[in-house]
Design a protein around this ligand. Structure first.
Ligand SMILES: *[C@@H]1O[C@H](CO)[C@@H](O)[C@H](O)[C@H]1NC(C)=O
Ligand SMILES: *[C@@H]1O[C@H](CO)[C@@H](O)[C@H](O)[C@H]1NC(C)=O
Ligand SMILES: *[C@@H]1O[C@H](CO)[C@@H](O)[C@H](O)[C@H]1NC(C)=O
Length: 377
């Protein structure tokens, strides 16, 4: 019986096989399988197997130096869970240290899990302007209809999270804690850099760093809500200009706090370039311990703030600044509100309940739209 069946099925295979070579004998692809990877070989194994796991658990993975923990070829609907401490070896290179791409992807940090960049090994006070070549941390690129929940990122060598070419991404409860960089030379440790993306929502993020908390360089329909920014350069649009995509449209910062930072709110349009900054809203923002500018809106950015004559190539229109709580929140030698626009290139602004005080009034505001009318608060 057994032999007959075997012979029959063998015959069937032989007869029905049009291929000269049989398919290799391999573990069948189980799309519903959960795969766990750990230790020094975990990153390479996870990359190699990503197409055959529906859930990928990265448990205490130690990524070798000079390599990316690369999950850029995931099946639709894959879940990626970080457990324990994920670490990276040291090398001077561009990175990224982590890359995740795909559709309907869920990325989660388990309770107590950390992604520890141990950035102090690279920090030299120069960030991306010189010194050691520092790897970028996390490329969240080309993620669509996806969520990233509860990741706890520590001490990135330089910029932390790059969100680019995403459509439909929710980032919830992310912590980026580069606070060690305050005393150990962290620089250009941007929290979130967002470009060429649409429909991105970041809620309840906590960012402790030494550069922009959020910088939206281009994109549409972006929300940052319920966030905390500490130690850095505040909630920024831009710099806009000089990139492939120079359109920022419909971006909302809401219910957030910026503290111990150089700027609270900043919109940077590069002089000499063209683009659009339209429909940006800052609503219900609390500012405290601001050392440079409470609100800084400039059309004369050139890599540094407030350089030279403002330009009109990147109009700032339909801007709403409302419900800004910064009574006494600006240091006495900082500026409360600065608006430097080109002639006619800032218009249709709504400016209500802006209470940003404690610092100085800036005397060189230019072309301030009818609301607020002037820079004094
Ligand atoms: C925005 O993205 C979410 C997923 O994050 C999706 O459910 C929603 O339909 C998208 N909205 C639009 C207008 O594309
Ligand atoms: C975010 O954190 C809060 C508490 O800190 C928790 O209640 C909430 O469920 C978390 N959200 C997600 C999406 O895990
Ligand atoms: C602005 O702040 C002052 C000082 O704290 C406070 O008395 C005032 O009510 C605030 N105004 C608004 C509009 O929030």
């Amino acid at each position: 019986m057994f032999h007959i069946l075997s012979l029959l099925s063998l015959a069937t295979v032989v007869l029905s096989s049009p291929l000269p070579t049989p398919a290799p004998v391999a573990t069948p692809v189980k799309r519903d399988s959960s795969c766990t990877f750990s230790g020094a070989s975990g990153a390479a194994a996870a990359s190699a197997s990503q197409g055959s796991c529906s859930t990928i658990v990265l448990s205490n993975v130690a990524v070798p130096s000079g390599t990316t923990l690369d999950l850029s070829d995931l099946n639709d609907g894959t879940t990626v869970i970080f457990e324990g401490e994920t670490t990276w070896g040291y090398e001077e290179w561009e990175g990224p240290l982590l890359q995740i791409k795909g559709n309907q992807i869920t990325v989660e940090g388990a309770e107590g899990a950390t992604l520890n960049g141990d950035g102090a090994r690279w920090w030299d006070g120069e960030g991306s302007n010189g010194g050691k070549t520092k790897p970028k941390f996390f490329y969240a690129h080309s993620l669509s209809d996806s969520v990233i929940d509860n990741l706890h990122i520590l001490n990135t060598p330089v910029q932390a999270v790059s969100i680019n070419t995403c459509d439909g991404l929710k980032v919830r409860n992310m912590t980026i804690d580069n606070s060690d960089g305050d005393s150990q030379g962290g620089h250009n440790t941007d929290g979130f850099d967002i470009g060429e993306s649409s429909n991105v929502t970041i809620r309840h993020a906590k960012v402790y760093n030494q550069d922009d908390c959020v910088a939206v360089n281009s994109g549409t329909d972006i929300i940052f809500g319920g966030g905390l920014c500490s130690g850095g350069h505040g909630l920024s649009i831009g710099s806009v200009g000089g990139r492939d995509d120079n359109t920022v449209e419909n971006v909302k910062f809401t219910r957030s706090t910026v503290t111990k930072s150089v700027n609270g709110i900043r919109i940077k349009a590069s002089a000499g370039d063209t683009g659009t900054i339209k429909g940006v809203t800052y609503n219900d923002i609390t500012l405290s311990d601001i050392t440079g500018y409470g609100i800084l809106i400039e059309q004369n950015y050139d890599g540094g703030d407030l350089h030279g004559d403002p330009d009109t190539g990147i109009p700032i229109t339909d801007l709403t600044v409302s419900d800004i709580h910064g009574d006494g929140g600006i240091d006495s030698d900082a500026y409360n509100v600065v608006v430097v626009c080109g002639d006619g290139s800032c218009s249709d602004w709504t400016w209500t309940d802006v209470n940003v005080t404690g610092g100085e009034d800036y005397s060189e505001c230019q072309n301030v739209p009818s609301t607020p009318g002037s820079c004094s608060t």
